[in-house]
Every structure is written in C-alpha cells, then in structure tokens.
Ligand binder design. Structure first.
Ligand SMILES: Cc1cc2nc3c(=O)[nH]c(=O)nc-3n(C[C@H](O)[C@H](O)[C@H](O)COP(=O)(O)OP(=O)(O)OC[C@H]3O[C@@H](n4cnc5c(N)ncnc54)[C@H](O)[C@@H]3O)c2cc1C
Length: 190
C-alpha cells in the first residue's frame, strides 16, 4: 500500500466515533474501538442508530433448535461481516476442511494441519472468540490422525462455542452427514 493510502486508512480509523455508552453486545477491539467482527449486527445497529432490515426467513436447519434470541437484523451480503456471518462462514470452511481430509493423512499433513489450527486461532478476526478458541485448544489438543478423528474434534470445538452461546449441541456422530455425504434422507442429493 502506498504511504498516502496508509495515511487515509489510519485517518478513517482515528475518526471512528466511539459512543460514551455502548449498547449491550457491542465488543471493543484491542484498540478500544467497537470491533465489528466481534459484535452481532443488531447490537451494531443499536450503537449507530441505523435501521436494520428484517430477515425474510431464517434458513431451515434441522441440526439446530430455534433460539429465543435469533438476530433479525441483516445487512446486504456484500458488507463486512458481523460476528455471526463471520462465524458461519468460518465453520463452513473448518468443517469442509475436515470433510476433505484424508482417512490416512501423512505425518507431514498432520503436522501442517496442527500448525494451521494454531495460526487460525491466533488470526481469527473476532479477538474474544480467538482467545477462547485458543484456550479450548490448549486443553483439547487437535486430533488430526484421521478424517474421522479430525471431524469429530472439530465438531466438539464447535459444540464448545455452541455451549458458551447457549445454543443446542450438535450430535457429533452426524458430522459427516452435515458436512460431507449429505443427510441420509437424500435431500442434499443432486
Ligand atoms: C472458532 C470460532 C469461535 C467463535 N467464538 C464465538 C464467540 O466467542 N462468540 C460469538 O458470539 N460467536 C462466536 N463464533 C461464531 C458462532 O460460533 C456462530 O458461528 C454464530 O453465532 C452464528 O451461529 P449460527 O447459529 O448461525 O450457526 P453456526 O454455529 O455458525 O453453525 C453453522 C452450521 O453448522 C452446523 N453445526 C452447528 N454445530 C455444529 C457442530 N458442533 N459440528 C458440526 N456442525 C455444526 C449447523 O448445521 C449450523 O447451522 C465463533 C466462531 C468460530 C469459527
């Protein structure tokens, strides 16, 4: 990036107004400013006074029970993600990686996978999420010796977050149906 561009970006960051009283749910970043990728869009709207659009329908999903606190505020799909959109996309990537993982990975791939998870835990753009994920991984060492082990470990990692957020736990015996083969009732078959 050219120096002038760097200046403009830094200036924009500095000009971000931080309201004195923050609504519940707004998480600050390490810089003391509201962290968009750590905050759900409804809380973000509450802070900015913006008008959220109502989500038309929630996606059908038999694997998670309906929640009392479902977020109805949405932004157009081409806006920066809030904590929920970031999470959904990230879990899709992580579970899909486990689905494509070999049944018998080489020692080198196992080592690279462990390194990837360590880097992912440090780089995850919601810092509070990242800290908790790192803490969880320190107590639950990644199991990467086979697809089955890795997929189940990832499901358990996701369930730890589900539990923290008060969401329904996912049945980890069914992770492959959700993320690799499609459900046995055939509805995911082309
Ligand atoms: C590493 C990480 C840490 C996070 N930490 C936080 C946090 O601290 N605070 C916060 O507010 N948000 C956090 N999130 C985001 C949060 O987990 C959700 O992604 C977000 O709240 C949106 O939830 P959702 O109900 O739409 O479905 P998601 O939880 O995103 O799940 C997407 C889909 O995955 C399937 N699924 C659900 N559970 C499992 C499972 N255990 N195994 C396999 N498949 C499953 C379901 O079909 C579900 O619809 C984190 C995300 C990641 C990737």
């Amino acid at each position: 990036m050219a120096p002038a561009q760097v200046d403009a970006t830094e200036k924009q960051d500095q000009e971000q107004v931080v309201p004195k009283k923050l609504p519940k749910g707004v998480v600050l970043g390490p810089d003391g400013k509201p962290c968009r990728t750590c905050t759900d869009v409804a809380s973000w709207f509450a802070m900015t006074g913006g008008k959220p659009k109502q989500a038309a329908t929630q996606p059908a999903d038999i694997t998670t029970a309906p929640r009392a606190s479902t977020t109805t505020a949405t932004l157009p799909a081409d806006c920066p993600p809030d904590v929920e959109a970031l999470g959904r996309s990230s879990w899709t990537l992580l579970h899909s990686i486990t689905a494509a993982y070999p049944t018998r990975p080489t020692p080198q791939l196992q080592s690279e996978t462990t390194s990837f998870l360590s880097a992912f835990g440090k780089l995850y753009p919601c810092w509070v999420c990242a800290e908790d994920f790192q803490t969880w991984m320190a107590k639950n060492t990644p199991r990467v010796s086979s697809r089955s082990e890795f997929g189940t470990w990832m499901c358990e990692a996701h369930n730890a977050v589900n539990e923290k957020l008060g969401k329904e736990s996912f049945d980890c015996t069914r992770w492959e149906e959700r993320w690799r083969t499609g459900w046995k009732d055939g509805r995911c078959d082309p």
